[in-house]
Design a protein around this ligand. Sequence first.
Ligand code: MLT
Length: 203
Amino acid sequence: MPSLSYSHRFEPALTPDRPPLLLLHGTGGNENDLIPLGQTLSPGSPLLSPRGKVLENGMPRFFRRLAEGVFDEEDVRRRADELAAFVAEARETYGIAAPIAVGFSNGANIAAAILLLRPEALAGAVLLRAMVPLSEMPKADLTGKRVLMLSGQTDPIVPAENAARLAASLTASGAAVRHHVLPVGHGLSQGDVALATRWFSER
Ligand code: MLT
C-alpha cells in the first residue's frame, strides 16, 4: 500500500460503477475487520479501510473518549478533519469518487462527525450503532446524501433517544435518512447485513 496519512488497506474495484466504500472499524479493530462486510454489502466496490490512530489501552479508535459514551469533542473535530484529509489523499492516489462510509460503533460515530463537519468528504453513510458525536450539532448541508442508520433496541452503549436524535439531526440537515431499530444489542446481526445489502441495491 502507498504510504498515506493513515495505515490502511485498499481493495480496487472488481465491478465498474459500484460506489467506493470507506470502512471504519469499531474500538479495538483494524483495517482488515470490515473488508468481508464491505464485500458482502456492495460486491465489487473499491474498499478503502483505514486503521484508527488513537490508542486506548492498545486498542485502535478514531477519536479519544473520556469514558464510554463521553467523547473528547475537540479530538472528535480534529480527527474528523484528519480523516477527511486522508479520504481526499486516497481519492487522488487511487482515482476513486467520494466514498460511502460504512462505520461500526466508534467507526460509525466518526462517520457521523465527518458528515456533519466535512460533508464533502462522503457521498453517504451506513451507520451501524452510531450515537451523537458532538453535543452541539453543526449545521451541515447534506442534501442529496443517503444515510442508513441501524440501531439495536437493547444496545447497552447507545440509548434509543440518542440514536433517534442523531437520525433527526441528519434529516434536518437534508440527508435522506432511513433509520431502523433492530431487536438486538450492540453487536452486528444478520438483520443488519440484510437491511444494508438491500439499501445498497436500491441506489
Ligand atoms: C465510542 O466510543 O465511539 C462509542 O462508545 C462506541 C464504542 O467504541 O464503544
